[in-house]
Write a protein that binds this ligand. Structure first.
Ligand code: HGA
Length: 615
């Protein structure tokens, strides 16, 4: 979501801040700003609504030059996305940028107003600037004042602060929103994600929850949540191959869709034996812990939640293990009854999803008490994320960096990870039917080729997309493990084309949604060749009888053909268990091409952001 960059150096840092913002822009892009302690010893800022390029143009016209600065790209939670609400926020000699939400901002605002502070924005962030300013009156040291300020903040924050009175440092605080320090030679940096700083360093220090940091040109000091001075490990980042360009593709989303055969291949690498799954792929204690698992609880948000829903079908059908799946924002706030020997599984692309992380922390709280969870497992795409660091076991998907806000390759690699989990649990617990593991491992090995075949249907799907360009509503139907695939298809379409889309299990049609069906409401269906096919065909007849247009992605062996109002796209035949992974591809392509036809901002759809680090 919002992005933070900061720098303290001997050279002009504005270009570094701007480049950092560009690298973070895919996460939040409604406004951007920068504050610099300029060479004439003044704190100056430039803020602009819209994309970072707007800020860049403004800085070209009126450059800011200095050796200390902070910058921000915003995804608004409090206050409209306009210049007045863009960060950095000022109070006297201070400039503050903030990721997160201050929940007690209203009470603090009233207190600070009573003290004479004048607010110039509608954000929750501005209270931090004024509160810190107020604390500095009794405690002139910036770091000390920040330590007392954060004690009064409720909610989540990643903070970076500079002061014209103490221009030798950048101070930072982390609680519920990640921050990383980038270490240079005679210069140091700060960001909400190391990606922003890869241009200037490959050495990083990750702040932990509750940490406060004082970053100078030649030193870094950190205090933990109890105020104790601590050292944080320096991590050398080795992977230099993180391309952030679109290559031959028009959008990152299309590039990422087409990367799926190779990233699925990478996610499988080193995790399969000749005819089985290597359980240790989940961590050294995995075999011992998996042997005790009798239930699985999956918690995730958005697309990752849909991956979890598919896994539920797999875990119960193949491994005979009861599984519950819940969205993290619900799970974290309710009293849960934990079944004995339950493995707690979280799924997140970034590993920083605020609700999922909070759910994991709640689950760990419970495990300390009698009858809590057996262990936690994270299925995640970022090895250095909070979710991975705080879980007992991990399976890293190898999707590589995903820039498109609408998740594609992260989803299919999560599904691969979850199938590996299903087979591992079944293997260790001896609950798989004979031969299933070897068969599915063989099928998994063939999966990248099958995905390539599905991607070759690109231009067929592009034509089908024309049926949607003028429509305002769409229904997605699936049965069994294809129901969550339909949900994911509907989510993709609404995210990037802004067409209202809903998903239903096909059997639910006559219990309500059929009332909506007419010639203006296309109905998209995924129809692999399984024992539910005949039932699904009957549901589709119900749609046709009401004049609904059908778009069916059907197995080449399903016997389904084009007809009046029915458009059938034949899919390569695949083992039924793997079909949710394959059938996701045409739905991703469909939403992509509909969005292109509608002319929306495919990679950065309105109101959304990547890596949802606020609640
Ligand atoms: N609450 C602040 C920051 C929002 C944020 O972190 N988004 O990801 C604001 O609305 O400006």
């Amino acid at each position: 979501m919002c992005g933070i960059v900061g720098a303290v150096a001997e050279r002009n840092i504005t270009a570094i801040l701007l480049e950092g913002l560009k690298r973070l822009e895919y996460r939040g892009y409604d406004s951007a700003g920068v504050a610099v302690f300029t060479n004439d010893e003044k704190l100056e800022r430039m803020r602009r609504p819209g994309k970072v390029s707007e800020l860049e143009n403004a800085l070209e016209a009126e450059p800011l030059v200095g050796r200390l600065g902070i910058a921000h790209t915003r995804w608004a939670t409090h206050g409209a996305p306009c210049e007045r609400n863009a960060h950095p926020h000022f109070s006297g000699d201070l400039a503050v940028v903030h990721n997160g939400i201050i929940e007690n901002h209203e009470a603090l605002r009233e207190q600070l107003k009573a003290l004479g502070y004048v607010f110039t924005s509608d954000t929750d962030t501005e209270v931090i600037a004024h509160l810190l300013n107020h604390k500095l009156k009794d405690l002139p040291d910036l770091t000390a004042a920040l330590k007392t300020t954060v004690k009064e903040l409720h909610g989540a924050y990643g903070l970076a602060v500079i002061s014209a009175k103490q221009p030798d440092r950048l101070v930072a605080a982390r609680s519920g929103s990640p921050l990383v320090i980038g270490l240079g030679l005679g210069e140091n940096f700060l960001a909400s994600d190391q990606l922003a700083l890869r241009q200037v360093t490959d050495r990083f220090m990750y702040l932990e929850e509750g940490d406060i940091a004082e970053i100078r040109r030649d030193s870094v000091h950190i205090w933990d949540v109890d105020g104790k001075a601590v050292e944080r490990e320096t991590v050398q980042y080795r992977d230099g191959a993180e391309a952030a360009d679109k290559g031959e593709f028009r959008h990152f989303m299309l590039k990422e869709i087409h990367e799926q055969p190779s990233v699925v291949q990478r996610t499988l690498e080193g995790r399969l034996s000749p005819n089985g799954v290597l359980v240790q792929a989940f961590g050294p204690q995995a075999a011992e812990l998996f042997a005790k698992v009798r239930n699985v609880q999956i918690v995730a948000c958005g697309t990752s939640y849909h991956a979890g829903m598919v896994a539920r079908y797999w875990l119960e059908e193949l491994a005979g293990i009861p599984c519950q799946v819940e969205v993290a924002s619900e799970f974290r706030y309710r009293k849960v009854v934990v079944q004995p020997d339950t493995l707690f599984v979280t799924i997140s692309q970034s590993g920083e999803t605020a609700d999922t992380l909070a759910a994991l922390r709640n689950a760990k709280e419970l495990s300390r008490e009698e009858g809590g969870y057996l262990a936690s497992l994270a299925i995640c795409n970022v090895g250095i994320s909070s979710l991975v660091r705080e879980s007992d076991l991990t399976l890293l998907t190898q999707a590589g960096r995903e820039i498109g806000v609408a998740s594609t390759k992260a989803f299919t690699t999560q599904l691969v990870g979850l199938l590996l989990l299903t087979l591992s649990l079944g293997q260790v617990r001896g609950t798989l039917a004979k031969g299933v593991e070897a068969t599915l491992v063989e099928e998994l090995r063939r999966l990248p080729t099958r995905l390539g075949e599905a991607l070759a249907m690109d231009s067929t799907v592009e034509k089908i997309a024309e049926l949607f360009a003028e429509k305002n509503h769409t229904l997605f139907l699936g049965r069994g493990a294809q129901f969550p695939v339909a949900m994911e298809g509907a989510l993709k379409l609404k995210e990037i084309s802004y067409i209202h889309a809903e998903a239903y299990p096909a059997g639910e049609l006559k219990h309500g949604p059929l009332a909506l069906v007419d010639n203006d409401m296309p109905v998209v269906t995924v129809a692999p060749n399984n024992e539910l096919l005949e039932k699904l065909k009957s549901n589709l007849q119900e749609v046709r009888a009401r004049g609904g247009q059908l778009i069916v992605f059907a197995d080449e062996r399903s016997g389904m053909t084009n007809g009046e109002g029915t458009h059938v796209v034949h899919m390569p035949h695949i083992h039924d268990i793997l079909s949710p992974i394959l059938y996701t591809i045409p739905l991703q392509l469909l939403s992509y091409y509909v969005a292109v036809l509608k002319g929306t901002d495919v990679d950065q759809p309105r109101n959304l952001a990547k890596s949802v680090t606020v609640e």
